[in-house]
Design a protein around this ligand. Structure first.
Ligand code: NAD
Ligand code: TDX
Length: 337
């Protein structure tokens, strides 16, 4: 049995990881440490909560004593660090918590993992650490780090720290850098779920700037399969880019959602641009494909339809979210645009 600490497992990607992996494998015992911030939601884990190979602990990765207790009690040998403040717009409204969780929190995990001599420590990073691309070219693992938002700078800081622990202490670390994810359980502050839910509610669809910014989209299960593979087979000290070669302009995604839901384009509203808005992300994932044999399995055409249908079928999941603190955030983020 492999005892794995998964942090941030009640969020979008982490919960999909746990639900998927517990179905696929019986050799993992997963301890999920999550603070349950606004983004953490135990409803995402209903199908896993009674699994004998799973335990949930509510707590903060910044809590040294708690983290130490978990490593000791559960004899943790593997760590996957998904826990983070993850939304760029929120980092622009208030950056401090991003540096606390994403940088210092990662340091607490690294230090503890070092003391307990873990076998693998996987840091879940993002393509945003590379900054922004012009109209051509792709991010490779050797593209220099050049983050532009408080969020991406906090993720880049964590990456550099993880690499320093490899070089200084010989810690068996791995870093994955994935492009934009979509799928079930994504918090509706992010582009795709926000646009689906606003469309269903006949609310305006706020497009930042000219709507021509490009993101490279990957279905969350493809990302998680890659994370699992890197944990098992990745070479320590290395970075692996993850992406599905699916670049799209924001406005085209929004139009696709409108069309699928049979709504008109009059809902689209161009608003003030995001400050420092990165123009284009695009991932070269040939390293993980050639060295570890990973490749994306889901086509965008079918997985985006599945995702929209999921939000249609799971209205009570997102209605509970958008009736709470979300209203305050939404008004602050979008009121003066
Ligand atoms: P999310 O915001 O949906 O979930 C984050 C989770 O972390 C939540 O459950 C939250 O409660 C938990 N958390 C936050 N602070 C914590 C703390 N101090 N202690 C313990 N738990 C804490 O984020 P996500 O979209 O699932 O992203 C997961 C990871 O993947 C992040 O590290 C993010 O940077 C990275 N990533 C995300 C994307 C994407 O498109 N969403 C792409 C590439 C990389
Ligand atoms: O209301 C909106 N209007 C809009 O035009 C929102 C929320 C977004 N956008 C644009 C901004 C981006 O160009 O859509 C694009 C995608 O925005 P987000 O969903 O906020 O994602 P992004 O900023 O690209 O960052 C995401 O991908 C990398 C995740 O949030 C990060 O956690 C991940 O690291």
């Amino acid at each position: 049995m492999k005892n794995i600490l998964v942090t941030g497992g009640a969020g979008f990607i982490g919960s999909n990881f746990i639900n998927h992996i517990l179905k696929e494998r019986d050799d993992y015992f997963i301890v999920n440490l999550d603070k349950l911030t606004y983004a953490g939601n135990l409803e995402n884990l209903k199908e896993s909560e009674n699994n004998p190979n799973y335990v949930f602990i509510k707590g903060d990765i910044l809590n040294n004593e708690l983290v130490n207790y978990i490593f000791e009690k559960y004899k943790i040998k593997y760590v996957i660090n998904f826990a983070a403040e993850s939304h760029v717009d929120r980092s622009i409204l208030g950056a401090e918590v991003f540096y606390r969780t994403n940088v210092i929190g990662t340091n607490v995990l690294l230090e503890t993992a070092r003391r307990f001599e873990v076998e693998r420590f996987l840091q879940v990073s993002t393509d945003e650490v590379y900054g922004s691309l012009g109209p051509t070219g792709l991010f490779t693992e050797s593209t220099p780090i050049s983050p532009n938002s408080p969020y991406s700078s906090s993720k880049a800081a964590a990456d550099l720290m993880v690499q320093a622990y490899y070089h200084t202490y010989g810690m068996p670390v791995l870093i994955t850098r994935c492009s934009n994810n979509y799928g079930p359980f994504q918090f509706p502050e992010k582009l795709i779920p926000l646009m689906i839910i606003n469309t269903l509610n006949n609310k305006k669809l706020p497009v930042y700037g000219d709507g021509l910014n490009v993101r490279d989209w990957i279905y969350v299960i493809d990302h998680n399969k890659a994370v699992d593979l890197v944990l098992e087979k990745g070479k320590v000290g290395e970075v692996y880019n993850i992406g599905a070669t699916n670049e799209m302009r924001n406005i085209d995604i929004i139009k696709l959602i409108l069309k699928y839901l049979n709504k008109g384009e009059e809902l689209i509203e161009y608003v003030k641009d995001r400050p420092g808005h990165d123009r284009r992300y695009a991932i070269d994932s040939s390293k993980i494909q050639n060295e570890l044999g990973w490749k994306p399995e889901f086509s965008f055409e079918s997985a985006i339809q599945f995702t929209i249908d999921w939000y249609l079928k799971n209205q009570s999941w997102w209605e509970r979210i958008i009736s709470g603190d979300y209203i305050k955030y939404y008004n602050e983020q979008y009121q003066n645009k």
